[in-house]
Design a protein around this ligand. Structure first.
Ligand code: PMP
Length: 425
């Protein structure tokens, strides 16, 4: 295994060995894909009953198949209220995708302004969002699409580096928001500490209409029995005199059907009123048939937890396999570090600076598709070119194992070549 203290001769021998391993890997003609965090077909099958469950009337006797009920079915909102940490009356159940709701929240803020703001965001010369990195590529793509400048903030094991966040938001009134995935974050599986959540709720912001986009996509997605809990942002914002700061998002995409689930939006009473003022122009009501089916399938919060344990049983072995293979192949070499999350959908692999793009390219040559390097950063630009996101849920276990072993070969090859080039220069 390469060691930065190795001689040129030793490194050359190691590089040659890695080249041979890589040639053997390419010769296997693999065709594997660990790019996106999709549920596997077996996970989707866990919810097939949904297809038969969505009929009836609401509490007022209105036919679910008809228009109306903009807030979503209360029975479903009740099931998710505790885990999303939003009181039922402030939690709305909507259509299929929480990403759509985040998009809408930004568009409503740009075009109409938000409570507490003096003008529409689009009227400001420039607006910016803080982006903890590594983070979720679609948050960044959405911000870029809507012309929102992105300012990166490093992640720590407790969430975003709050010293940096507090300093930036206090001094720069262009900064209108921050993207947060507070539990089992995408891609590194970080759980925000209580202190981080408290500081986010209490910090002084130069922008009076600052918003935290609290994307709690993995609120109930535990992989172990040690179920992470985070502090209640919405309540802490209210306690600290910033009641309208938090916009909470969630969905059943990785609970039931990723393409046919239910998304949730929760916030303060003023923000809910603001939201409904716009959404009531946009829609005559959500898909309540699907919401009823979800409420029947899950039953209550205990039913939701039992359902999530079935997911964990299917995907935990895949996460364990990635950790085991990376430990066996790269452990102790100093060539890579990786997260070992207790929930969520992703593993973040860190390779030596300047190597991530080359590793992803080599993996592609060997028939292993990985998320493009850089996608964990705004504008697709990871300045250290070192972070690779691994998404192990969708492929079968044997394919996850083969892809991870192949990935380790690519890391060894690229990293030894770089060490050798650095040594020779
Ligand atoms: N937020 C995060 C952090 C995600 O990882 C994902 C899916 N990869 C989403 C949101 C997408 O959610 P939805 O399917 O509800 O649009």
């Amino acid at each position: 295994m390469p060691d930065p203290a190795s001689t040129i001769e030793e490194l050359t021998a190691q590089r040659d060995r890695a080249r041979q391993e890589f040639a053997d890997l390419v010769a296997r003609g693999l065709k594997l894909d660990i790019t996106r965090g999709k549920p596997s077909p077996k996970q989707l099958d866990l919810s097939n009953e949904l297809l038969d469950l969505g009929s009836g009337t609401d509490a007022d006797g209105a036919d679910l198949r008809n228009y109306g009920g903009l807030n979503g079915l209360p029975e479903l909102r009740r099931i998710f209220s505790t885990d999303l940490q939003v009181p039922v009356e402030q939690l709305l159940a909507a259509g299929n995708s929480s990403l759509e709701l985040m998009h809408d929240a930004l568009v409503f803020a740009l075009l109409n302004g938000v409570p507490g703001g003096s003008q529409r965001w689009v009227a400001e010369p420039e607006i910016a969002f803080l982006c903890p990195v590594p983070g979720y590529d679609r948050h960044f793509a959405l911000s870029e699409r809507l012309g929102i400048k992105m300012i990166t903030v490093p992640m720590t094991s407790d969430g975003p580096d709050m010293d940096v966040v507090e300093r930036l938001v206090a001094e720069d009134s262009r900064i209108k928001g921050i993207w947060c995935v507070p539990k089992y974050s995408n891609p590194d599986g970080t759980v925000y500490s209580d202190d981080t959540v408290r500081r986010l709720a209490a910090m002084r912001t130069a922008a009076p209409d600052f918003r935290i986009f609290w994307d709690n996509a993995y609120a109930v997605h535990h992989l172990t029995d040690d179920e992470a809990e985070i502090a209640d942002l919405l309540a802490l914002c209210a306690e600290n005199g910033n009641p309208d700061r938090a916009l909470v998002f969630g969905s059943t995409s990785k609970i039931t059907f990723a393409g046919a689930g239910v998304a949730f939006f929760g916030s303060s009473p003023a923000n809910i009123e603001w939201w409904l003022a716009s959404t009531s122009k946009r829609s005559i009501g959500p898909n309540k048939v699907n919401q009823r089916a979800h409420a029947r399938l899950l039953g209550d919060r205990d039913g939701l937890r039992a359902h999530m344990r079935k997911h964990a049983a299917l995907i935990r072995p895949k996460f364990e396999a990635v950790d085991k293979i990376l430990s066996a192949e790269l452990g102790g070499t100093g060539l890579a570090r990786w997260s070992n999350p207790a929930g969520g959908y992703f593993i973040s692999l860190e390779v030596p600076e300047g190597c991530a793009k080359a590793v992803v390219a080599k993996a592609k040559e060997a028939g292993i598709a990985l998320t493009p390097a850089g996608s964990t950063h705004p504008y697709g630009d990871d300045p250290s070119d070192s972070v690779i996101r691994v998404a192990p849920t969708f492929p079968e276990l044997a394919d996850v194992e083969a892809a991870t072993a192949g990935l380790a070969v690519c890391v060894r090859l690229v990293a030894t070549e770089k060490l050798l080039a650095d040594k020779q220069s």
